[in-house]
Design a protein around this ligand. Sequence first.
Ligand code: UD1
Ligand code: CA
Length: 463
Amino acid sequence: MIPYSFPNLQIIVLAAGQGTRMRSAKPKVLHQILGKSMLEHVLCSLEGLNARGLSIVLGHGAEVVQSVVSEKHYVTWVTQEEQLGTGHAVQQCSHVCESADHVLIVCGDTPLLRTGTLAALVRAHLDAASDISFLSAIQPVPQGYGRVCRSEAGDIRQIVEERDATDAQRMIQEVSSGIFCVRKSVLFDCLKAVDNGNDQGEYYLPGIVPVALQRGHRVDAVLMDDVDEMLGVNDRTQLRQATKILQNRIVEDWEKAGVSIEQPETVRIDVSVHLGMDTVIRAGSQLLGHTHIGDGCDIGPYAVIDRAWVDDGAKVLAFSHVQEAHVSMSSEVGPYARLRPQAHLDEGVKIGNFVEVKKSVIGQNSKVNHLSYIGDAEVGKNCNIGAGTITCNYDGANKHKTVVGDNVFVGSDTKLIAPVEVGSGATIGAGSIITRNVAEGGLTLTVRPEQRYVKDWKRATKN
Ligand code: UD1
Ligand code: CA
């Protein structure tokens, strides 16, 4: 695909509003959808246009928004001290538009927009030599959007906000997406003539439409194919709706790439997740952040994998939790296992039920199959760590390391009191409490409590 390029286009993203309907301490555009803020979703789709520049208008929570976005995107910031409306917000941007011929205005609360749809708007605007073009859609339920009012002949007259609309206008199903591409000279000239005589007492950007028409400029609506794309998120219900639509898109994209997803309505897969061919994601699983799952993996049901790397052919079975960990090829985790940050499993490792591994390397083909805690440890190859083994890594102040060689057999219910090392080939007897280094080979065990037999003892019986 040839990348888009619009060198004469300046992009403005409107994000100064408080987002009152969200009822949140956080600026609206920072609310997340599948691992990314709404604003970042918008910025990612805009970056594909390769425009001359991108500016964001901020007001409420400006510092927080800037700190989140600055690391990842190259943008210029514009401040709108008082939020007097979308038209007023655009007016604050005249200085950043100086060297552009056209301006694309996008709201920061429309996270489902695709680059191709925005490019189609700009393309149509330029090809038609139009003065104002905006994306419109036929919404069977037009509630909440500005309605596109046309003459009997079908010519655009104005865009009326719902709260200013008459009953008859409210019946109109053609709505404005709020996304405009405007010839720069027309934009800033017409904005000067827009007043705030409406229900909210605000200077509305759509107010440029009747002004421009009166002055003989050309105004076009570009109809969107996929009405879902224009969803504006003003409250938490719309946030949930947007999440659902995006999740469906992600599921369908991975299905096309050869991934099976069982009961997809129960699964969460973030935008930045990678899945390999022939992998199966089972019901209720959550794949979060920059998680990588290789080819032929079996994940879930009800696994949570957060910013982790899982190599080809690995299994993360039911109810397992894997966070910032690395699972190498053909390893198996769970059911009911927990890998915490910096757990690293080499190839062919097995971590079984109710085992927790933290900041530890488990060598090739080693097994920790039941009820153990392995923390701050290095375990070699082909080891068998018995049920209930605990690395006692913490003395209340500091963490200490446990190092286990290759081919070690640790009997069940052993405590390895760190710092401690176990030589290769060693066998440790069940129930041992290891406080000193263990030699290579042989059998090491600590003295066990004496076993007694009371022959004539009678078990209590119920009264
Ligand atoms: C807006 C449009 C409406 C369109 C809908 C599509 C206006 C007046 N209305 O309505 O026609 O159908 O989007 O989703 O344009 N903002 C500022 N400064 C302000 C006011 C708003 O930056 O002074 C920003 C907001 O942060 C938001 C965007 O502009 O990102 C849109 O504002 P919002 O209040 O959400 O407008 P809607 O009522 O959704
Ligand atoms: Ca909105």
